[in-house]
Design a protein around this ligand. Structure first.
Ligand code: AMP
Ligand code: MG
Length: 507
């Protein structure tokens, strides 16, 4: 274990792609560039409040103070920059977006991989537009806890190393309703092989800068997909098919655990198929495929739980389109897109095999699943509790699952018992319980759990954050000592509370 100084810092992205000639500077368009060098803003009183021991041990880092991780000091080897990218936001092309509140410190070379360390919330960059480049404690806690929890759930994700409070107050209008308030400022250090997004490529195609597009594609493939090359159309399609598969895998995991990303804009889609940019995400409590936590998306609910797989395809189509200038025969791209649908369907089937302990997927399972989906929506039913308790059901009787219902006096008992009998027959009374227990987590970061952690942390007590961080390292284990406190349905107070049932992009 060592310090930031003992890490081996490399600059693959800066060395291999074109950048901005200016360092820092005001918000502006930065044509033909993939990045701009910037200096993190020095925080007045940085304090390390949360630390991921797992991530730290991967990086061989001892727990430091908050200075470097709060953006207060740039050491030799680091070369901070903000990435330039574009994106489709809620279906509309937004052109240049970029890291408006994220600054990469550098890339760290480890024995078997290279990881990028990025600060989120450490001040303005040329991509900050009218905003301040800062982040508040509540959104930083949500990112720290959720990205680590997702990792332990087995969902591909960027990771978090640390959370530092800056000692500065940040003004935010949380619900965009004209009621701004000063909040505690914070910086999360997040970690991934890279933070390259679909929008990183799109921006160059949109700007008709095919030279930069080609350089970025070649850098990405050489650095992150060394088993691929992109010198022919067929090779490009093969690479994109790989990305589509990883994206399908990621989204099928979201569906399995009940995660709703909330802002699946193409600038928030990682080229590695990692869950990225934790904003107004949420977890299904009541199983409602139409639910989205994001109030900014309330009108069309474009990014609702049940639509995530389709949006994955839409976003991939935008990525694929951006590759057209590099190809002679762009119609080949259809193959990669139809592959996404096939792979996703297959992953979904596997997901249900796990969730229902089916052993293997057979054709008749399709109707079993369709019926289950409909039944789960009949009355308010808690997704996590339902599936977890299904793992240990002794007989096909809904009485064993009553805890999963929000109104115990209103359970469609007969319909459920019919379905349970059908499922029981399908599995010969012996569902693969081990597989079920590994597919249906007992603990997820329910919206109200994160909110309790935030409320306490805002008054200086990080103990709930710590407790949840440790609890969510073992989401598939019983952890009986935490059952009463955390294995339960959404409490009534959280039903309409901002931060629990409603979140905005404000962070
Ligand atoms: P998001 O969809 O939340 O990931 O962010 C969309 C865009 O807005 C990205 O370009 C962000 O960098 C930018 N952005 C969001 N919040 C801020 C902020 N507080 N300061 C500067 N830029 C921001
Ligand atoms: Mg983003």
């Amino acid at each position: 274990m060592g310090t930031f100084e003992s890490l081996e810092w490399v600059k693959r992205f800066l060395d291999e792609t074109p950048g901005d000639l200016e360092v820092g500077g005001v918000s502006r368009q930065v044509p033909n560039a993939c990045w701009s060098r910037v200096n993190p803003t020095i925080p007045p009183d940085p304090k390390l409040m949360l630390w991921s021991e797992e991530m730290a041990s991967i990086l061989s880092l001892n727990r430091p103070d908050g200075i470097i991780l709060g953006g207060g000091k740039v050491i030799e080897g680091m070369d901070p920059y903000a990435q330039r990218y574009g994106g489709h936001q809620f279906g509309n092309w937004a052109n240049q977006l970029g890291d408006g509140r994220a600054i990469t410190l550098g890339e760290v070379k480890l024995e078997n991989e290279v990881l990028e360390l990025q600060l989120k919330g450490s001040g303005i960059t040329p991509y900050s537009r009218f905003a301040d480049g800062k982040a508040v404690l509540r959104s930083s806690i949500r990112e720290f806890l959720c990205s680590e929890a997702m990792h332990h759930l087995g969902v591909p994700t960027t990771r978090a190393l640390s959370l530092v409070t800056t000692g500065e107050k940040v003004l935010r209008d949380m619900m965009y309703d004209g009621n701004p308030a000063l909040e505690i400022g914070a910086v999360v250090c997040r970690v991934a092989p890279s933070f390259i997004r679909f929008g990183s490529f799109q921006i160059h195609t949109a700007n008709q800068d095919y030279t930069t597009l080609k350089i970025l594609v070649e850098h990405t493939v050489r650095t992150h997909f060394p088993e691929h090359s992109v010198s022919t159309d067929e090779e490009i399609v093969k690479w994109l098919t790989h990305i589509a598969e990883q994206t399908a895998t990621m989204i099928s995991h979201w569906m399995r655990v009940g995660f709703v990303h909330g802002v699946m804009n193409t600038d928030n889609m990682s080229i590695h198929g990692l869950t990225i940019d934790y904003g107004p995400y949420g977890w299904l409590e009541d199983y409602n495929p139409g639910w989205t936590p994001n109030t900014t998306d309330a009108a069309t609910r474009r990014y609702r739980y049940g639509q995530q797989p389709k949006i994955g395809a839409w976003n991939l189509a935008r990525l694929f389109e951006s590759m057209v200038p590099l190809m002679d025969e762009p119609s080949l791209l259809h193959e990669a897109l139809s592959n996404y649908s096939e792979v996703f369907a297959e992953r979904q089937n596997q997901m249900w095999v796990g969730k229902l302990g089916l052993g293997e997927f057979i054709e008749s399972d399709e109707s079993l699943i369709v019926e289950l989906n409909a039944l789960l929506q009949e009355v308010e039913t808690d997704m996590t509790i339902f599936f977890r308790q299904l793992c240990s059901i002794e007989e096909p009787e809904i009485n064993f699952l009553t805890d999963a219902f929000y109104d115990p006096n209103n359970i469609p008992t007969e319909l459920w018992n019919q379905w349970l009998s059908k499922w029981w027959k399908r599995v010969d009374g012996t569902p693969n319980r081990k597989e079920m227990l590994n597919s249906n987590p007992k603990y997820v970061l329910r919206n109200w759990m994160a909110q309790l952690a935030i409320d306490a942390a805002e008054s200086g007590d990080f103990s709930i954050c710590e407790e949840l961080y440790h609890l969510l390292k073992k989401p598939y284990e019983e952890q009986k000592e935490f059952e009463e406190k955390w294995f339960k349905k959404r409490p009534e107070w959280a039903r309409h509370r901002v931060g629990c049932s409603m979140l905005s992009c404000s962070s």
